[in-house]
Ligand binder design. Structure first.
Ligand SMILES: Cc1ncc(COP(=O)(O)O)c(C=O)c1O
Length: 475
């Protein structure tokens, strides 16, 4: 029930106000005694959604909202509504789930070189599963590699070797599954240092991994060399394409130089590829792919002696809504190659405007040679002061560390007229501000998912945990 309307103004997000609605709406600490009319609830929800959409719809953000078209979302939500109540775990009642998921997997595998892999290697039989997101598509292959190594090589202290720029999901998977993650420093070019990774491989190594592209700098690791290394060492290679799998193939098709990073390379044994990013599907879906069925089997779970009957599920979740898979399928077949290419062309045009504009500012340095996600650092000014200025101008970029910087990931909202040129103009003004900033130290920092905080490094871990607590509690 709306309280006296007071506009939510406090910054929300990491270390900002976690509960800006305290003044605006009723806080529920227990179930309301009386039912509320749906229209009343909808009014409240519409008001919240309108408020929160209004920021990203300016395009002055980085990544996160990949499509941004409200008509597209409305269409996917209509599809979602048809199947939202259906439980994919009970497949006998919804064979459509197998159609949607099987076809999403087949289309994604084909996009990532499955057919070409088969031509070169008759053993290649790329298969997969639908997961809840990139993290699950990463941790499940880690489990599969662990189980395979235990069964076939009696490895009880498993290790994985990865470049340090790899996504934290690998550290999470290592934590969950008792795997030692060896994070190898990247080279001066910010890419996986293949020789250093070779030196880190030992008798307990179960797999190695690389990114195409990585989150911090949007760079593609030398996957071809990692593929050779995996074959040489006799271990698996996971390519994390959560952030690139649904856009790099189209960038390549448009004629840009994209090195091979998928199943065309013989050492690639698994991949993660998110439909909820540049697949333009709703949040909550990703594809995990394996080079062959035997490896996929290693992530499955089945139980035969439970009183509740026979139980088997391929991924982490038990019950899942079919709405997510149906709407993801709908996004893919509605866009088709034509739609993905059209969107990618717009993204690359905006990215080129930003890259060439930033390259003209002598105080700034673009990290590596990115495509659509542009990481910026500086050894001339405090880059977080530049970010402070961008925040003042309404931008919300993603902070980076080691080296300090931030990235702007170009998605469709940044292709709106004037957004890319506004970014170049504002960052140039931000550099002017950073040369002689009134505030010291900078308020900005490198919080994942947030752009504005000042942190004492020794307290960061505790603050992060407290933030997780706060994100589940009412004040
Ligand atoms: C390279 C990379 N891998 C994995 C992930 C994790 O994906 P999710 O947040 O869907 O779990 C991300 C997310 O941005 C990513 O950029």
């Amino acid at each position: 029930m709306p309280k006296a309307a007071k506009k939510q103004q406090e910054p929300s997000g990491p270390f900002g106000d976690m509960f800006p609605y305290r003044e605006t709406f009723e806080i529920y600490r227990e179930l309301p005694k009386k039912s509320r009319p749906p229209e009343d609830v909808m009014r409240e929800l519409r008001s919240i959604a309108r408020e929160e959409n209004s920021h990203w719809q300016t395009g002055q953000i980085s990544g996160t909202y990949y499509h941004g078209g409200m008509e597209h979302y409305a269409y996917l939500n209509r599809v979602f509504a048809l199947f939202s109540h259906v439980n994919l775990l009970q497949r006998d009642m919804c064979p459509s789930g197998t159609k949607f998921e099987g076809e999403i997997i087949a289309m994604t595998a084909r996009m990532l070189g499955a057919a070409l892999a088969r031509e070169k290697d008759p053993q290649a039989d790329v298969c997969g599963a639908i997961t809840s997101g990139g993290t699950e598509s990463i941790i499940l292959p880690m489990l599969a590699y662990r189980e395979k190594a235990k069964a076939e090589r009696a490895i009880t202290a498993p290790e994985m070797v990865v470049p340090e720029t790899i996504h934290p999901a690998f550290s999470k998977g290592a934590h969950f599954f008792g795997i030692k993650l060896i994070r190898v420093p990247v080279g001066a070019d910010y890419l996986a240092d293949v020789d250093a990774m070779r030196r880190a491989i030992g008798p307990n190594t179960i797999a190695i991994a690389g990114s195409a592209a990585n989150y911090p700098h949007g760079l593609i690791d030398p996957i071809e060399k990692l593929s050779d290394l995996a074959l040489e060492a006799g271990v698996g290679l996971h390519v994390d394409s959560c952030f690139g799998g649904f856009i790099l193939p189209w960038i390549a098709k448009l004629g840009y130089d994209v090195p091979p990073f998928d199943f065309r390379l013989p050492g690639v044994t698994s991949m993660s590829c998110d439909t909820h990013k540049w697949g333009y599907g709703l949040k909550g879906a990703s594809v995990v792919l394996y080079r062959n069925r035997a490896l996929r089997r290693r992530m499955y779970f089945a139980m035969t002696d439970w009183q509740g009957g026979l139980y088997a599920s391929p991924t982490v979740a038990g019950s899942r809504s079919e709405g997510i898979s149906a709407s993801t399928w709908a996004a893919m077949v509605t866009l088709g190659e034509e739609g993905y290419l059209k969107a990618t062309r717009r993204i690359m045009k905006a990215a080129e405007t930003i890259k060439s504009g930033v390259a003209k500012i002598p105080e700034l340095k673009i990290i590596g040679k990115p495509t659509y996600c542009i990481a910026i650092t500086s050894d001339k000014v405090d880059i977080f002061h530049v970010n402070d200025f961008l925040v003042e101008r309404g931008w919300r970029v993603n902070g980076l560390q080691r080296p300090a910087g931030f990235h702007l990931c170009v998605t469709l909202p940044q292709t709106l007229p004037g957004v890319a040129t506004r970014f170049v103009r504002d960052i140039a003004a931000g550099v002017e501000y950073a040369r002689n900033p009134p505030a010291t130290p900078a308020r900005s920092g490198a919080v994942y998912g947030g752009g504005a905080s000042s942190l004492d490094p020794s307290m960061v871990n505790e603050l992060m945990l407290a933030w997780l607590d706060a994100s589940t509690e009412v004040p």
